[in-house]
Design a protein around this ligand. Structure first.
Ligand code: BGC
Length: 901
């Protein structure tokens, strides 16, 4: 077997609406042989799925490249669907069949006739009507249609209808971008929705992020007040002619049954005001108005769309001590409730959404601050009515029901989980149910906070693209799901919102929620400009994105360099510091680690990554410049914060974590710092005191510094503060505070207490990268080379993990047997090289499927590395076994024994 499958174009399966002149395609090779390397490939493009007329042929290309192969040497035509297929040859003379064809469809691109439609709003007659406006147009079709495509965008949010049916399955379109500078449009194939004769096209508009509430100051309409639609329906007839239905002054507008819809506040709907799209007589329609608004800011959809990803049923219907009827969804989720109800016309039901019940078991919404999360529905009467909201989402586990007639049936309610439709890539399971629950909570933190932009939290009056939080979580997120299109879009907004002097807003899109010239550029937050593109480069091999972001990275560095009067230290300006660190002064959110220390450490780190980016992109002079700058920052850092004998002068866990993780110390001082970190953790009763900045790196640093057991101890702590404390408290997502809810049910605070905040979920990376040991290699990014370095530790008997990489599935599993044997199973996909690090110096002690290593032909080499053996291999599945010492599960001791015997 040697096959090519899993074709993707710009990461997506059959994307529609690409405005990229040389799209990149990627594929997987599958084979049951070991050591499979692609020797050559061939790609063909066609306008027909049968592929019998070839538009473009790459010919046989001698290359092992199977990800991000750019289609160049051919010019895509706008609004065209291209089918493509791939075949490959391996080094052993095997030739694959052609893959099944896949397709991509270009969008409007730079066509000269692009956007002939006009922006339209509901017009003067509806100026004071607070409901979500509807826009509608009737048109006739006389000829047979072969293809009909809608290109649409909006100021605000839109939902399209064609002949009474909803168009597509995307929600929250056109997505949230820096609306003044960038606005996405979407493309829908609606060929099958058109009918001969009369057709009706329509759209409902909602305020969304554009015109609704944003931020904690209660402000609204931060991007604009007027919701508007821009739409083109392109129809191609059998006879080759074309028609376009364009948004314009021939459209009519009316109020809708959606009386109010707002991201934070919820939605109010009066079903008595419903009227059929097809029957204009039931509503009063007035002419739409033309709006003069920019079109040159419009870009094709970059992110994957938000869709309804899962449905949950309530696990219980409770009556609280205060007498409320409350549904328990069993999971802190993000999306909305769909429900069915029956009753009299004019009867109103209401749903309120909350994350927790308080210590007495009552419905608790104070932590939502001003976000109401309230859905109100007024019945039209006369049968079962089913409803779900349109332009709002809620973060919740509990739903308070008001106005529903008893007996309430649980079956009438469904939780609809909405988020950006990213491919799930990571799976992790182990022998500890609590750790599995932690992994589940991390995953749900991502589901809840990756609704088109990476948000801090999905429930209170915030839900903003906080740069720091995104930077902390991106590595974990990119193990769990394919985040590349998601972050590509967000990084373009970051670049668009970057200040002229290189400063980076606290959150992106920069909604300026306080109305004044908002502050910007905190260390560890602004560094998202560098850390995010670099992480995507490592995880997906995305050189194009790195190149696109490179100037933004450089500008950020330049911004820092120009602060204060010492270009090598960052000791000025406002910083969030080690936000929420537990060593903070009473009443403060900022941990004890000196802010200048944090700022300078991140400065050095960002310069080191930008230097790497410069090398990757071939900017050699820049690389030399950043090399020197890095050396100077390190020098300044040491002068300022490290004694000549190697003591770090800032005595916090976070300070030690950063110095080690960012490699800021003299090599001979690293051990001392590691030991000191251990001491600081021990002094805290084997607990962490780190905040947002230190926590993500704490366990990785302990593992790398040879203190794996302590990392495991921290993982397994069950009392406050620890990851598992919240798990034992019943958390189903990751909390903002280690003691968001205390053991006695009391709460950390009323106003800053999110129960779905992914930042501390950044330990997910350690589970994949250290515990299971699956690591990318920055020199062959995208997992073109994978290093598997499992780190068994006390408390776990087995671990099983996999990551679906650009090349295919990498997996790693280890299992401690009762007989003292350790089994390590790995899988490396075709066209990938790997190494496996096994904790024994004596190679003879390790067997692969019962054979000594030197007899396994697929194994290319093995060598001692410290007390370990590094095995180099090609693709395939491998099972290694070695004997663990009976009384002792510390592999390094065993290795010593083997060496000395
Ligand atoms: C957010 C954080 C964010 C922080 C800035 C909070 O309100 O929820 O996650 O990073 O502000 O320090």
């Amino acid at each position: 077997m040697f096959i090519v499958n899993h074709l993707r174009c710009e990461y997506r399966k059959n994307p529609i609406g690409l405005d990229i002149s040389s799209p990149r395609i990627s594929w997987h090779l599958e084979s049951d042989a070991r050591n499979v390397v692609q020797e050559a490939y061939q790609i063909q493009l066609s306008l027909v799925p049968e592929m019998n007329r070839i538009e473009w042929d790459s010919g046989r290309q001698h290359s092992n490249r199977s990800i991000h192969v750019e289609l160049t040497g051919w010019k895509p035509v706008p609004r065209t669907r291209y089918y493509y297929r791939v075949r490959a040859w391996d080094g052993a003379g095997n030739e694959s069949e052609w893959s099944e064809p896949a397709f991509f469809e270009t969008g409007l691109m730079d066509a000269e006739d692009r956007w002939q439609a006009d922006w339209i709003t509901a017009g003067a007659a509806l100026k004071d009507d607070p409901s979500c406006p509807r826009l509608r147009r009737v048109f006739e079709l006389q000829k047979a249609v072969v293809r009909a495509t809608i290109y649409a965008t909006a100021l605000g949010l839109y939902e399209l209808h064609l002949n009474g049916a909803r168009v597509g399955d995307h929600y929250f379109t056109p997505g949230w971008t820096s609306y003044d500078k960038r606005l996405q449009y979407q493309v829908y194939d609606v060929t099958s929705m058109l009918v001969a004769g009369q057709n009706v096209i329509g759209a409902v508009l909602g305020d969304g992020w554009y015109g609704g509430h944003l931020g904690w100051d209660g402000r609204k309409g931060l991007f604009g007040d007027d919701c508007a639609l821009l739409l083109e329906l392109h129809i191609r007839y059998e006879d080759g002619s074309e028609d376009r239905i364009l948004s314009g002054k021939d459209w009519m507008a009316s109020a809708s049954a959606i009386a109010m819809s707002d991201i934070y506040m919820g939605e109010t709907y009066d079903a008595r005001l419903e009227s059929d799209w097809l029957d204009a007589s039931r509503a009063s329609w007035s002419p739409a108005a033309i709006l003069d608004h920019a079109k040159d800011i419009i870009v094709a959809q970059e992110n994957v769309p938000v869709t309804a990803m899962e449905q949950l049923k309530p696990i219980a219907l409770l009556t609280t001590p205060e007498g409320d009827r409350v549904l328990d969804m069993g999971q802190n989720m993000v999306g909305w409730m769909r429900f069915s109800v029956q009753g009299d016309p004019g009867q109103t039901v209401e749903l309120l959404h909350a994350e927790i019940l308080d210590h007495a078991g009552n419905f608790y919404t104070e932590n939502l601050r001003s976000a109401k999360q309230q859905v109100q529905y007024t019945l039209k009467g006369g049968g079962v009515e089913t409803y779900e909201p349109h332009f709002t989402f809620q973060g919740f586990r509990y739903v308070k029901l008001i106005g529903f007639s008893e007996p309430i049936q649980i079956d009438d309610f469904t939780g609809v989980v909405l988020h950006s439709n990213m491919e799930r890539t990571g799976e992790f399971a182990c022998s500890s149910p609590l750790v599995n629950q932690l992994h589940h909570n991390i995953l749900w933190g991502q589901k809840g906070n990756f609704l088109d932009v990476p948000t801090d939290c999905p429930q209170r009056d915030e839900r903003l693209g906080w740069t720091g939080d995104a930077q902390m979580f991106i590595r974990t997120a990119s193990y769990l799901m394919n985040t590349a299109p998601f972050f590509t879009k967000w990084l373009r907004d970051l670049r668009a919102d970057q200040h002229e002097d290189g400063g980076i807003p606290f959150f992106v899109p920069d909604a300026n929620v306080s109305g004044s010239d908002s502050a910007h550029s905190s260390a560890a937050w602004g560094d998202a400009a560098v850390i995010c593109p670099w992480t995507l480069y490592e995880m997906y091999g995305d050189t194009r994105l790195l190149a696109e972001q490179y100037d933004s990275m450089k500008q950020w560095i330049e911004y820092i360099r120009s602060q204060g009067d010492n270009p090598y230290l960052w000791n000025t300006g406002f910083h969030f510091g080690d936000w929420l660190g537990l060593d903070s002064k009473p009443g403060s959110y900022v941990g004890a680690t000196d802010r200048d220390y944090v700022a300078t450490a991140f400065y050095a780190y960002s310069v080191s990554l930008t230097r790497k980016a410069a090398s990757v992109l071939g900017y050699d002079q820049d690389a030399v410049y950043f090399d020197q700058l890095h050396a100077q920052i390190i020098q300044a850092f040491r002068n300022e914060f490290v004694t000549p004998a190697g003591r770090i002068s800032v005595p916090t866990q976070t300070a030690h974590v950063l110095a080690l993780h960012f490699d800021l110390l003299e090599p001979e001082h690293r051990k001392r710092a590691g030991d000191q970190l251990v001491k600081l953790v021990e002094e805290a009763g084997n607990h962490l005191t780190t905040g947002f900045v230190g926590t993500p790196y704490l366990n990785p640093v302990l593992s790398a510094a040879g203190h794996r057991d302590l990392a495991y101890t921290l993982l397994f702590q069950k009392d406050y503060p620890s990851w598992l404390f919240q798990v034992t408290q019943g958390a189903t997502t990751v909390w903002e505070h280690w003691d968001g809810m205390r053991e006695d049910g009391s709460l950390w605070s009323r106003d800053m207490n999110s129960f779905n905040h992914y930042a501390y979920g950044a330990i997910g990376e350690w589970l994949y990268r250290d515990v299971a040991g699956i690591r990318p290699d920055e020199h062959r990014p995208g997992f073109g080379m994978v290093h598997i370095e499992p780190q068994p530790g006390p408390g776990l008997d087995w671990v099983k993990a996999k990551v679906d990489t650009m090349y295919g599935t990498v997996s790693s599993a280890w299992h401690r047997q009762d007989n003292g044997e350790m089994i390590v199973e790995v899988h490396i996909p075709a066209n990938v090289s790997g190494t496996v690090l096994l904790p024994l110096a004596a190679k003879a002690a390790v067997k692969e499927q019962g054979q000594p290593l030197e007899e396994v032909t697929a194994i290319r080499a093995f060598r001692a590395e410290g007390t370990d053996t590094r095995v180099e291999l090609g693709s395939g599945s491998y099972t290694f076994t070695y004997v663990l010492p009976k009384a002792d599960e510390h592999p390094e001791l065993e290795a010593e024994k083997v060496q000395s015997s």
